[in-house]
Design a protein around this ligand. Structure first.
Ligand code: SF4
Length: 420
């Protein structure tokens, strides 16, 4: 029998403790419903986040905020004096099903502090997913956090029930992690990622010949990197993300500006602003790698290893490579159109399709969704373009930075001077 007051209390504690984890996007989930409850699909899951990082469409909780580890950056760390709680397996299952039935959520995002040991914690999380799938016939989305140092066979079992698995690297470099989480090692995170990658590949291959092969984490795996808790450069962070995509085949890397809520001489002081602009620029750089064909070393070189906070990284690249512009919108290859500031991936593809039949002007590309106020300095169109001669102006960056209306502009962070 579930005690609802106690459950409500646990929910308050364990949902609050989970809010620092931004890696709960549910994109890519697809699980067919054969007569059961719920339905996870690519379009069926909302990706909306509240301002403090909570994902509103998934029940996002910790199984427990008890933890035997003492990672400096984590509110659940063993030395932090916070109220502790733990759900039972049955409580998480009941909450998920009840919230789903009431249409509050579309799935479950389950993480946990490490209690007793990694294998024990991972086993409890697997039990929840297993019960949801096999006893409740739940076909909604399940994202499980894998626990560092959990046995590979447990990771393999988790992937049979979860749509997505993730393990948060948190601190991007081994040296930063050693400073803030001496009980952990980067390999504790890399090893399970390799297990998940290998299992995804192996089962996909097997399914080509044996149709009944079970699915394994069909929405792939992701990770989160904390930005600004340690002194990594943006270039180092981008390199880590690049490795995650290329070598570990991760679906997503999430960046989370460090929220200074803990007193610790190794961390930025409480009250230091969250580095939101920096986080935003890293997301933009990430998009350039994933969707725009940029290599990590094109985005930043070793001499200037931080992203420009005034302008987005694509514009920064174009301004550093003005000699490659202007390009003719009618004839340039798609790869170069994708590099024009103000032209997004969708607009670039529309341009390439439309120019087969039309002589394109700035007005045409504006109607295709491009930000012409930026693109006009970088492209030749089939009309006189009076802005082209400004491409070499020294104040072009200033003009474009002033004209951009980023919602992050006001959020310049006091944490940034740490690294200037
Ligand atoms: S192991 Fe995870 S939950 Fe525990 S203190 Fe470290 S980051 Fe927090």
């Amino acid at each position: 029998m579930i005690n609802h007051d106690r459950l409500q209390n646990k929910l308050t504690i364990l949902a609050d403790a989970a809010k620092y984890d931004v890696s709960c996007s549910s994109s890519g989930g697809k699980r067919d419903n054969k007569g059961g409850l719920g339905n996870a699909s690519k379009s069926g899951i909302c990706h909306t986040y509240t301002e403090d990082g909570r994902c509103v469409s998934l029940l996002k909780i910790l199984l427990s905020n008890h933890c035997i580890y003492d990672c400096a950056y984590c509110v659940s760390r063993s030395s932090n004096d916070v109220e502790r709680a733990a759900f039972t397996v049955e409580e998480v299952v009941a909450l998920t099903i009840n919230f789903y039935r009431r249409n509050y959520i579309e799935g479950l995002f389950l993480s946990s502090g490490i209690f007793k040991n990694p294998d024990h914690t991972m086993s409890r999380m697997i039990l929840i997913a297993k019960k949801l799938r096999e006893e409740e016939n739940f076909h909604g989305y399940i994202h499980l956090k894998t626990i560092p140092k959990a046995a590979p066979e447990l990771i393999r079992e988790a992937g049979l029930y979860a749509d997505r698995l993730s393990i948060n690297m948190e601190i991007p470099t081994p040296s930063g992690l050693a400073k803030l989480a001496p009980e952990k090692d980067h390999q504790d995170m890399i090893a399970p990622m390799k297990t998940v990658r290998d299992e995804i590949v192996a089962l996909k291959d097997m399914r080509k010949t044996i149709k009944s092969t079970p699915k394994f984490a069909p929405a792939g795996q992701s990770t989160q990197l904390i930005v600004g808790a340690t002194a990594e450069t943006d270039r180092q962070i981008i390199d880590v993300a690049n490795n995650c995509y290329k070598k570990l085949q991760l679906k997503r890397v999430y960046y989370s500006g460090y929220v200074p809520v803990l007193e610790d001489s190794r961390l930025p002081a409480i009250g230091t602003a969250v580095p939101q602009v920096r986080e935003h620029r890293l997301y933009q750089a990430d998009w350039l790698m994933r969707f725009y064909g940029f290599q990590a070393d094109e985005i930043l070189d070793r001499q200037s290893p931080f992203l420009d906070l005034d302008i987005d990284p694509k514009l920064a690249w174009a301004l550093r490579h003005r000699h490659q512009f202007p390009i003719h919108i009618q004839y340039a290859p798609l790869e170069m159109i994708l590099r024009v500031p103000g032209i997004g991936s969708k607009s670039a593809h529309k341009i390439v399709a439309a120019r087969r039949n039309e002589r394109l002007t700035l007005e045409h590309i504006r109607k295709m969704g491009a930000a012409v106020n930026r693109a006009k300095y970088f492209i030749i169109t089939n009309e006189h373009n009076p802005h082209l001669h400004q491409l070499d102006d020294l104040d072009l960056k200033q003009r474009l930075a002033t004209g951009s209306h980023s919602k992050y502009k006001q959020a310049l962070s006091g944490q940034m001077p740490l690294f200037t």
